[in-house]
Design a protein around this ligand. Structure first.
Ligand SMILES: [Zn+2]
Length: 419
């Protein structure tokens, strides 16, 4: 568990429970997407399944420092060498079951599911079993542990479980078989039934600090400035930042001239945001999307472009984002991904506006999207409200083009009229 960075509180909580020997049978790992919840769940299972777990004091080594544990606390760690540890690393441990929505392809006999939710077929097939005469499935939950150290079930995106799936799970949780452990990994614990939440031990995970996130982004070839920018825009989520980078690669490979802001800027010659200068052509599309949204806003603020251009930029970037994600996960819904893309681009716009607010009150900006210009705080507040309203509308299934056109017009009006 030493390898888990930036989650001292959660790791300390788990180490204390392991040391006490009183492991709950159901856990909820809650926190933003992409901050290490799944990794920690697997590390917990690996430690508990290990044939020769090791006790190690955190005192001698700097890397083991955890401010939430006393320096002489004895950590319990997986040995990393036994058959069980090797099987976990290879993804082939017979007592560790990883459950995610894409498993529907093994359980959906009609083959229609878009895997946008975690259906009851997955929960039955992977955990509780199914007594249906056409497709009977053994309940894995009630099988004997094959290596004798218990069974672990880790459900990713558990909040996507449909109500029947949650109810099926709840029945199993009411009388859990001995030595079976279930970890529900979720960014939205409120979407789980209250009766499930009340039976589970909650572990909270927070956003990652830039010092835990930036080194991993530098490894991907970003400059320090770009790494700080993505650390900020991803809300401290390594998973989100890496997904953007991967989507960027795909988008760039297939939509060759995908740095439109560069071409547009040459045509209309407005001031360039600094992130664009460090963006290598053919590299990460996400930096191009950030640029393009920032540039459209900057043009709007300077009277060189209108709200329609901004709305068009956001929609086009959101569609590129959706195409890239769809190539990675063909089972996903394009409409849902485009909505996700709009939310991402509106998040970039909100960050650009935040920079203006910080500049107006002379507050430091850690990783600005573009050189901080002036906008009155009242204008920024109005614009942020418009962005939030647009995101909400799109989330509630409004027509994306119309919602963005309306937001663009509203932003143009707010900026032109000074609020
Ligand atoms: Zn081991």
């Amino acid at each position: 568990m030493f390898e888990i960075q930036g989650q001292s509180t959660a790791v300390a909580q788990l180490q204390r429970v392991i040391a006490s020997g009183r492991l709950a049978s159901t856990w909820i790992f809650a926190g933003p997407a992409g901050v290490g919840k799944h990794l920690t769940a697997v590390a917990l299972a690996k430690t508990c399944l290990c044939d020769h777990p090791q006790k190690q004091s955190g005192k001698p080594m700097a890397r083991t420092r955890n401010s939430c544990l006393p320096p002489d606390f004895e950590w319990t760690l997986a040995c990393g060498r036994c058959d069980s540890c090797r099987a976990v690393d290879a993804g082939s441990h017979p007592d560790l079951h990883l459950i995610h929505r894409n498993l529907i392809r093994y359980h959906d006999h009609a083959g229609n599911s878009k895997a946008s939710t975690l259906g009851i077929d997955v929960i039955r097939g992977e955990i509780t079993g199914n007594a249906s005469p056409e497709h009977p499935v053994d309940p894995k939950l009630y099988r004997r542990s094959q290596r004798g150290r218990g069974k672990w079930f880790i459900i990713d995106e558990a909040d996507l479980m449909e109500p029947p799936a949650q109810n099926a799970l709840l029945k199993a949780l009411e009388e859990p078989p001995a030595q079976s452990f279930l970890v529900l990994v979720t960014a939205s614990p409120d979407h789980l039934l209250a009766t499930i939440r009340s039976r589970a031990q909650l572990v909270r995970f927070g956003a990652l600090p830039p010092e835990a996130l930036c080194p991993r982004l530098l490894e991907r070839g970003l400059t320090p400035g770009q790494a700080k920018l993505l650390a900020r825009l991803s809300g401290g989520s390594l998973g989100v930042a890496l997904r953007w980078l991967d989507a960027g690669h795909t988008a760039m490979d297939e939509d060759a001239p995908a740095a439109p802001s560069r071409r547009e800027s040459n045509r209309s010659a407005p001031r360039r945001p600094p992130t664009a200068k460090s963006t290598e052509p053919g590299q990460f599309a996400v930096l191009g999307w950030i640029d393009r949204v920032a540039l459209a806003l900057e043009n709007l603020a300077l009277g060189r472009g209108g709200g329609t251009a901004l709305a068009g930029a956001i929609q086009s970037c959101a569609e590129q984002y959706a195409q890239a994600e769809l190539r990675r996960d063909p089972l996903a819904s394009k409409v849902v991904l485009t909505r996700d893309g709009v939310a991402v681009m509106l998040g970039f716009a909100a960050a650009w506006l935040d920079d203006r607010l910080a500049a107006a009150v002379a507050a430091p900006i850690a990783a600005p999207l573009s050189p901080p210009g002036q906008l009155a705080p009242a204008v920024v507040s109005r614009c942020l409200a418009i962005c939030r309203a647009a995101e909400h509308q799109v989330d509630m299934n409004a027509h994306i083009g119309l919602a963005l056109a309306s937001a663009g017009a509203g932003l143009e009006q707010a900026i032109r009229r000074g609020g």
